[in-house]
Design a protein around this ligand. Sequence first.
Ligand code: 3IO
Length: 336
Amino acid sequence: MRKLMTLLTFSIVLTGLLAATAMAGTTLTYANFPSAPTFPCVQMEHWKTEVEKRTDSAVAVQTFPGSTLLGAKNMLRGVQTGQADIGCISTAYYPGVFPLMSVVNLPVAFTSTEVASMVMWDLFQKYQPEEFKDVKVLTMFTSAPSHVMSKTPVKTLADLKGLELRASGTILEILDNLGARGVGMPMSQTPESLQKGVVKGLVSSFDVLKDMNFAEQCRYETITNLPVYPFAVIMNKAKWDSLPAETQKVLDDLGREQAQWTGKYLDAYTKEALAWSKDKYQVEVFELTAAEHATIKKQTAPRIKAWKAEATKAGLDADAILAEMLALKTQYEAAQ
Ligand code: 3IO
């Protein structure tokens, strides 16, 4: 009897231990640079929910919005060195580091975030660019097409002359081509610069009018259809290698889905944010003429040529990559 009790106790304890080990699983830290209400953080929370659900909570994701773990500029290095397991980067903040994927940041007139995000994901899958070899890419997506949000009205292209506008990546040179003054900084630094008057506005997508409350200071919005900003969600390579195969499969299967979910979310959300801004701050929205859009196209074309030169220098087949991006864009736009 005594022996039986001992055995029973032992097996109960053992079962408990095994269950606890299985449930304990892994916790992944996920760093993001902008504030919690912004779309990169909204997609992060969506991803967390999906991962925890699909792994039956074997994986827990701990999120750090608002640069609480890593900031905009040390995100890439911080993930490579394992300060965070996962991080979200805006590739435009790293000039020269992503010669292939920066093609998505060119002035090719994307009008849909969903399309741009799917194109980016497909390009990445096709070319598996070297520039991401030190990290595991979990998903990619873009911001919505960029417009001017400013403290002074930009009713025509001529009103851009000498205007200091915050931007990043390709858009900086595009602004210079259009006669404005592009001032480079991450989104997370923009509120302070606007407040101090270092910049008179910014070029990004309309979601931030609401999420960063820029509508309060930037009462004038001009539809310019400038490039989208490309984003990548990256994971520390050693951490990725340490995950069980079934967990890796869950994360891999989510990559494309997450890109599309984020694109769809932002397409709907930018409309909502603009409506909110009109309602709350009576912002004015200016449309440019067809002739002005043609001028933008003409004046920004040198940027495409410059990208080709940079990509070629990095050993890439620039013409093929650009052609593939445009073909994918046409294909996804037709399916919309
Ligand atoms: C962006 C970046 C961070 C938070 C919200 C955002 N909406 C659009 C963007 C794109 C952008 O301007 C950037 O700097 O990546």
